[in-house]
Design a binder for this molecule. Structure first.
Ligand SMILES: CC(=O)[C@@H](O)[C@H](O)COP(=O)(O)O
Ligand SMILES: NCC(=O)COP(=O)(O)O
Length: 237
């Protein structure tokens, strides 16, 4: 079964809106795991617009499932991840001012940089994943870098699926087939939702983990967090 890792960035967004501790991020992370969530994902950005670096530290003792920290591997982010030592680090080529993640790595152009970073995290017992577009050359480049996993950037799939075009899955299927042949673990994320997750999961061979945040937290406003987590788990069977 594909594991569900819930990205709690947007809980932190709501919390930060009033400067206090409501909603309590640590309680939400605890409850998500109690409801059956198999991982917690955070994406601390340099401006700490939602997840703060201290949240990453505080969550370490709370997350007993899989702990995934995503971000652009620059100075303070690297130090934070090496300090916290999560289950997994997902490397994302985000610009500092990006409203959200909007591209995968060029694993050919940045091969030497990413190889060095991946080896540093692996030496510290942290599983690595590289955020990539569903482009075969990028998958091959990720293998050469030596990462254990890739994360397929699923915005394009979600957009096409929302327009009724199921063919948008095709590059992801081809990428997954190649990743399986190369022995790369496959994660996926960005704009996945209750609407599109079952079709995606049913069509991607070897999918290990999906990380879902924006849609899931938004859906929980109407359906309740425990109910939504279980709806995703049912669709991921
Ligand atoms: C890499 C990825 O797709 C997610 O981490 C996404 O970037 C969520 O970030 P925001 O919650 O800041 O949109
Ligand atoms: N890696 C994707 C993630 O963590 C959540 O992305 P989204 O569901 O908030 O778009």
């Amino acid at each position: 079964m594909t594991k569900l890792s819930v990205n709690i960035n947007k809980i932190a967004t709501l919390r930060n809106a009033r400067g206090g501790n409501v909603p309590d991020l640590l309680k939400v992370a605890t409850d998500i795991q109690k409801f059956g969530g198999q991982g917690i994902t955070i994406h601390p950005r340099p401006d700490e617009r939602h997840i703060r670096y201290q949240d990453a530290r505080d969550l370490k003792s709370i997350v007993y499932t899989e702990y995934n920290i995503e971000g652009n591997p620059e100075g303070s982010f690297i130090d934070l991840v090496l300090e916290v030592k999560p289950t997994q680090v997902t490397l994302v080529p985000d610009a500092v001012d990006a409203i959200t993640s909007n591209a995968g790595w060029d694993t050919i152009k940045h091969a030497s940089f990413l190889t060095e970073i991946v080896q540093e995290f692996q030496r510290n017992g942290i599983r690595t994943s590289i955020f990539v577009d569903p482009v075969l050359e990028m998958i091959e480049g990720a293998k050469i870098i030596g990462t254990e996993r890739i994360e397929l950037y699923t915005e394009a799939f979600a957009h096409e699926y929302g327009l009724g075009n199921k063919k948008g899955i095709e590059p992801y299927v081809a990428s997954a087939v190649l990743a399986n042949e190369l022995g790369l673990g496959i994660n996926a994320g960005h704009d996945l939702s209750l609407d599109n997750i079952q079709f995606f999961n049913q069509n991607i061979p070897g999918l290990l983990e999906v990380s879902i945040g924006h849609a899931l937290i938004s859906e929980a406003i109407y359906l309740g967090l425990e109910n939504v987590v279980n709806m995703y788990l049912q669709k991921l069977k």
